[in-house]
Write a new protein. Sequence first.
Length: 650
Amino acid sequence: MSFLNIFLLTSLLISFFSDAKVEYTFGVKFKPESFYGHNISFLNEDISAKDKIFYWRHTLDLKVGANDDTHHVRSYFVIRNKAVWGNPASVALTNDTDVKFLGAVVGQHRHYIPRQIMWIREGWIDMQLPKLLGFTPLANMHFKLGAFPFAVGRGIALGDAYAVGPEQIGFYSDNLVDQFAFGFDFYGNVFSCDDEKSSLRYDLYGAILQNKSSGLGDVAARVYGQEYGRKFDAERKFGQINFIVAFRCLWNHKFVDYGDIILEPYIVYNRDPEQYVEFLGDARSRLATWGVALEYEFSCFEFGFDTAFNFGNQFVKGWDRNQVILQNNNQIIMLANDRVQVLDANNKILGNAPYIPNGSDEDKKREKLIQTAFQTASQNGATISGLENITTKWGMYDPEVLGTLHAINSGTPNNNNLTNRFRDPYFNFFKGWMFVADASVSLCAGIKLGATVGVSSGDDNPNSDTEAAKNHHYRGFIPIQEIYAGKRVRSAFLINGNGRVSRPLTLPSQDVDADTEVSLEVSGFTNLVFGGFSALFDGTRSSGAVYSVQPNVLVYFQETAVPATAHKYIGTELNLFADYLVTKQMKFFAIGAIFFPGTLFKDLSGKPALTEKEEETLEREDVVGFTGQPIPGLGHDKAFTINIGIEYNF
């Protein structure tokens, strides 16, 4: 539902009740800030690109709310503009779109809007349905519709960071919440005591993360031609909708002599019918997560925890990886099948099999046999059945004879599948779990000490191209839309949304026959064991300004050694959060962090940190051709970040 629809619906409801008295609220938040990072990507001082970044950016939010107490209707929306100064491409980028040339997909492209634009970050309408419809309910019931934040527990099992950036098995996380997911929330109180000492609230939440059934262009898109058995039935078809449903209860009780407690059991279900493992739509998943969170406060002591468990599965489809590509064969541009090789009678490899769909009858027959070859991994490396009956001569460009067309005269050439052309279907069964807890105690006015521990189960990349990875229980915890950065002890680098460093999974293979186009890094809340301490100092100056300073120390380990030969110690983070509230409207802030890499990164020093696909992206603007530069390697040098800015609200 668009913002325009929400606004019109709100206006219609307000105008329908002619006697309504509506209260409007307006607000603006402006946040200019600067950010400097050193070694935050590779932890390597020696790479030629110099892993440093610096930028200024701003965030501008315009807020409008409407509240009709008479008829129990509320509406609220936030319009946002954000951009990196001097970088117009940071304003609004389109999604990647495939580029085709002569029938082959040769790459992807995207555009940006080089002007400052506004977009809807949040927009919703909230109705008390029984009262709005004239009923007298036994309990308070609300229906909320639109784009709004929603999270369970501490936002780890399900957060509100709507949907960019796949993790290692296709789920999503993001480091900035620039838009909330569109959905609904049916919520209310089961009971609420008159003395407000106890209450029980429920939420039934649903959201659409991605809808590929909204038009003929999506439904009829031919994206499944490589799936086993769908060469001639490649349309996406109806029903490919990625959605989330969540249910939680919030029990809040105030004990007379023992403090306040909030208990939150929850369950989350995500159906994603079109995940990306190696190709668009080559996997689907059903993930459910159940958990419970608790917060407790008594006098100067606070304590809380959140724990959750995954179950469900990911089905990775049987897939024919062969694609038609455009390749440079010794300065001759030709269409070819990228997973089929041609060998002469002496088993000499001549190159990829040419793609000739509209040639002679023999060419057409040959291409049909290549495209409809028996689909099973047992055929990897085998000669394609049926081509031995084609005896006519045909030609291709010989890689050893520059610029000449070489006719193969010594009998019919063999057309062999590469050793990784076919991938048989398999399942990943989700068995991940996580637990985080923290506590704090106030020593005296303005001083509070905190401590935290956390464990999130881990596992190797379940979609690496090895038989050992097939049909097994994946132990890594899978968060959805998570940007957890701590509560009483805060991270500004490793698990913080703005600066989290990627941790390596299986290292990319240098074997040309091995598939490396899978995600080999992870930065979400998975495969972690950590502990830390904090000290919070806050107070008021004689001028009336309010300040707070919070140093934090966190130590990180892997829960499971990945790669298996590496040590588990990830590193240590030191950070400092400082705020200076000059007035109620204006705040100066500074955040600094230093990360000292552990033995994990020392073990992996010099190893490739990019997949072939990522390297290809970095080289896209190299106009002088391939220069043989090595893939950037990991290091173990310390990294640091500094973030300074102003936040003004009025």
